[in-house]
Design a protein around this ligand. Structure first.
Ligand SMILES: [Zn+2]
Length: 100
């Protein structure tokens, strides 16, 4: 395995761990710590050019890095005319559109 591949692998692993930890913290009601985990994870992602999985990306507010949990940190609206689900972040009111 090349050094580059190794860095990617370790980076991916760290991102996954941080994401899980953020989800756990969020469930415990510690949104501040969850946010700091997300920030760290985003830093690793941009620094090592590691793409986040679609699932992760859809769960993170692009504007303020809040973990989006329907009914808790974001509200979900289905816009069937345009075939997308709109997630509105309760923290910054930023919207994420996920097409289906
Ligand atoms: Zn937000």
């Amino acid at each position: 395995m090349s050094r580059k591949e190794l860095i990617k692998q370790v980076g991916n692993e760290r991102i996954r761990i941080l994401f899980n930890a953020a989800e756990e913290r969020m469930e415990m009601g510690d949104s501040a710590l969850a946010k700091s985990y997300i920030k760290r994870l985003m830093k690793i992602s941009t620094h090592y050019k590691i793409k986040l999985s679609k699932e992760m990306k859809n769960k993170i507010c692009k504007k303020c890095n809040t973990l989006l949990i329907p009914g808790k940190t974001c509200s979900v609206r289905i816009v069937s005319v345009h075939k997308y689900v709109s997630y509105e972040c309760n923290n910054c009111k930023g919207q994420t559109h996920i097409f289906y």
